[in-house]
Design a binder for this molecule. Sequence first.
Ligand code: 5GP
Length: 181
Amino acid sequence: MADTIKLHDLEFMPYLSETEIGKIVDEVSIKINEKYAGKSPLFVVILNGAFMFASDLIKKVNVECEISFLRVSSYRGTASTGEVKEMMPIGTNVSGRDIILLEDIVDTGNTMGEIKQQMKDAGANSVSICTLLFKPDAFKGNYLVDFIGVEIPDRFVVGYGLDYDGLGRNLPSIYQIRPNT
Ligand code: 5GP
């Protein structure tokens, strides 16, 4: 893994390597395959950040499934705006379906809380949340996060689909903001 990197005005240090991420993704896929054996879930990939995680994870899912996409945005710079804007509707009927929301990171939990509620209101049979990264110290939701890849401290991260104002999504590993920046 490369050394410290700079994106815009901020510096980031290596945090999770490609190998570590691969192991985490494997573990999550095993749990999903167990829980959804015999079912036909609909994955809803939360764009933009979850595209890389979703691509790696879904290749390891061996149950019959469908995949759809939902584009939302609630971040500006390194802070959540707290308001969730739905930007691209999934265009798939969720009524009666077993939904698995695929997210890169759950921070305050506002985004997933809102989307979960929208899916329930639209008549989903069940709605699970699957996230690669979870910040327990920032989480304010009153719901369960069903599948968690790894818990991380409340510090801004980039890479593996996650960006800082548009940059860093292409990095194959995850970097954490450098202390005192
Ligand atoms: P929440 O609604 O849980 O506060 O925030 C969820 C969204 O905020 C994530 O989908 C992600 O886009 C963004 N986010 C939260 N924490 C981070 C972080 O540490 N780094 C990056 N790049 N985005 C984050």
